[in-house]
Write a protein that binds this ligand. Structure first.
Ligand code: CMP
Length: 138
């Protein structure tokens, strides 16, 4: 698979003061940060970013949550980035996440689950391009 993935440190983790701890786990696991910004999603941004979940019952809650405060968005580089990053963050539901994973350590619930990780190389490219122009990737 490809060598890049896209991540967001979500509003809950920012509010709880976990930006530094999460970035430490990411870099310690061998990911190189090639783009990064501290930003806040507008409602429109969140609705576009999560368009795939539009028909889900939790869509409104998801958009509310993701726009309620700032996030850290980043593009990460590593061999096998998408799969290795998903292993590092753990299952969507922190109660099911393996010991030592970012969600097990820092997430409270399936809705407020601390971090995003792209689920495919194709989505990694789409999501990275949503947040970063070519000139913001180093
Ligand atoms: P993520 O996989 O990063 O992107 C989709 C998000 O939808 C997911 O993280 C959760 O934050 C959220 N989500 C998934 N399932 C539920 C659920 N059952 N209830 C609330 N939020 C959910």
């Amino acid at each position: 698979t490809g060598n890049r993935t896209f991540t967001m440190i979500k509003p809950d983790a920012v509010e709880n003061g976990y930006i530094g701890a999460i970035l430490d786990k990411i870099t310690a696991a061998g990911f190189k940060i090639v783009a990064m910004k501290f930003t806040q999603l507008s409602t429109r941004d969140a609705e576009i970013f999560y368009a795939i979940h539009k028909e889900r019952p939790f869509f409104g809650e998801l958009v509310e949550f993701m726009t309620r405060g700032p996030i850290v968005a980043a593009i990460l580089e590593k061999d096998n980035a998408v799969d290795d990053f998903r292993a590092l963050i753990g299952a969507t539901n922190p109660e099911e996440a393996a010991e030592g994973t970012i969600r097990k350590l820092y997430a409270a619930s399936i809705g407020e689950n601390a971090v995003h990780g792209s689920d495919s190389d194709e989505n990694a490219a789409i999501e990275g391009a949503f947040h970063f122009s070519g000139r913001e990737i180093y």
